[in-house]
Design a protein around this ligand. Structure first.
Ligand SMILES: Nc1ncnc2c1ncn2[C@@H]1O[C@H](COP(=O)(O)OP(=O)(O)O)[C@@H](O)[C@H]1O
Length: 202
């Protein structure tokens, strides 16, 4: 069973896209770190103002802030609802903190998918996307931080025996990448049905 899935990959590697495919297949709730942080920034709260200083510089938001937002999301979910994590964890420290939270809710990570996409490809995609934090200097910083943290992060999940490597090269369409994920995790997708938020697949 893949109730809890983590997506690991550089910015622009397609984590958000694959999270949506996984959601369509399994019905799990998506917790997207970038989206959670942006939602707080958009709400104009004092916390959002602190977060903005990190996001604008391409730096990781402080651990306690991120984990507080993640826990709020998890707390609101019915226990049987699976979760797809997009953009969290981004470091070994975050992975351990996430495990601590999940344990409190009798949950645990079943699979960590590493999307392998070359820097050159993600740089092009991010520049085309053009979000305010997609400037060349900020992209460079986000990639630097990603590469600095990646070995320990992959190692964390490799030791747990849940790491899955998936190629997301330039010629692979999002659909190709999803089929690779599906095959690697032996996923059986649920029957297509209207996206009803009260629906909680087992
Ligand atoms: N797990 C995280 N921990 C801390 N900060 C994060 C995390 N995920 C995202 N952020 C912040 O949000 C920004 C945007 O992240 P995201 O929307 O996931 O885009 P991308 O994956 O393209 O960098 C990051 O550059 C960082 O500042």
């Amino acid at each position: 069973m893949c109730q809890h899935i983590v997506l690991i990959g550089p910015p622009g590697s397609g984590k958000g896209t694959q999270a949506r495919y996984l959601h369509a297949c399994l019905g799990h709730h998506i917790i997207g770190a970038g989206d959670l942080l942006r939602r707080e920034m958009d709400a104009g709260t004092p916390l959002g103002a602190i977060i903005a200083t990190y996001v604008q510089a391409g730096h990781l938001a402080p651990l306690p802030i991120l984990m507080q937002l993640v826990e709020q999301e998890i707390r609101a979910l019915p226990p049987e609802r699976g979760i797809i994590f997009d953009g969290i964890p981004r470091s070994r420290t975050q992975a351990a903190a996430l495990d601590d939270i999940l344990r409190r809710y009798q949950r645990s990570i079943d699979a960590a998918i590493h999307l392998r996409v070359p820097d050159q490809v993600v740089r092009q995609r991010l520049q085309a996307r053009g979000r305010p934090d997609d400037t060349p200097a900020v992209i460079r910083e986000r990639l630097r931080i990603y590469h600095a943290r990646r070995p320990e992060l992959l190692d964390y999940y490799r030791r747990r025996g849940v790491l899955v490597e998936v190629e997301g090269d330039k010629n692979a369409t999002p659909d190709d990448v999803f089929q690779r994920i599906r095959a690697a995790l032996h996923l059986t997708c649920r029957q297509e049905e209207p996206d009803d938020h009260t629906h909680t697949p087992a």
